[in-house]
Design a protein around this ligand. Sequence first.
Ligand SMILES: Nc1ncnc2c1ncn2[C@@H]1O[C@H](COP(=O)(O)OP(=O)(O)OP(=O)(O)O)[C@@H](O)[C@H]1O
Ligand SMILES: [Mg+2]
Length: 245
Amino acid sequence: MPKNTGITYGIRVSAQKGGVGTTTIAINLAAALGLMGKKVLLLDLNPFKPSVASYMGLPNSKVGFFDVLFDGAELKDAVVEHSPTGIDVVASSKPLEWTRVLGGLVGKKTDFERIVPEITALGHDFVITDAPIGYINEDMVKNFNEGLVVLSPELSAFDVTPKLVAQYAKLGVSYHVVVNDIGSEKASVDVKKIEEEFGNKVVAELPHDNVVKKSIDLHIPAVLVDNKSNFSKKITELAEYYADK
Ligand SMILES: Nc1ncnc2c1ncn2[C@@H]1O[C@H](COP(=O)(O)OP(=O)(O)OP(=O)(O)O)[C@@H](O)[C@H]1O
Ligand SMILES: [Mg+2]
């Protein structure tokens, strides 16, 4: 997170359109890095659609991230170990009222900066977050080293993604782009067109793969369900890219 620590590298995984695989990519990237022996903290920063704990097969924790952000709970009490991968996970929280979320997050300054040193003090190599669509405030973006922008090859995702990319650029936060779910029935945009739009920022192209649905049904990350599946191989390559950083 703070760029001068030299230890923790913060990756904010998010999309400008829902349902394109943001949570799937956040948890499998985190899991793959964990399986490589990296110390990883996976944070569910999505107050609207919290699904990290469910996708990872973790029980609902008593303390979630938004209990820390809004109610002064201690971050360390929210950390749960996912023993199959060795990564630490902080779930979102119980579903919150929209007004509560918006009241706490809208605006340039939130309490997030208070928590950044607590996150960094945990001493992970990587902090990976499953973030909500677009961005609501600046400090929950600026405190990450980079944004990993997810889109699928659907027109509805392709058309809106430049908006998120432009916001990263405006804030001076570097970003990469992941194209997910290539080859699905829903795909309508040629991957070449996406490559032309985002150029060398495209850091991974992930296939449509039934292992993803199976992993969600089983509450086990895809990289553990079948590490030889096409999806698992590609997300492991992405993890290797970050591991070498
Ligand atoms: N590569 C893939 N192959 C097959 N199915 C996929 C793939 N990626 C995502 N999916 C499917 O798309 C659906 C949405 O995935 P996921 O929950 O990760 O998306 P999301 O962007 O986090 O959604 P939300 O906006 O609800 O938070 C899931 O049902 C998942 O099985
Ligand atoms: Mg999600």
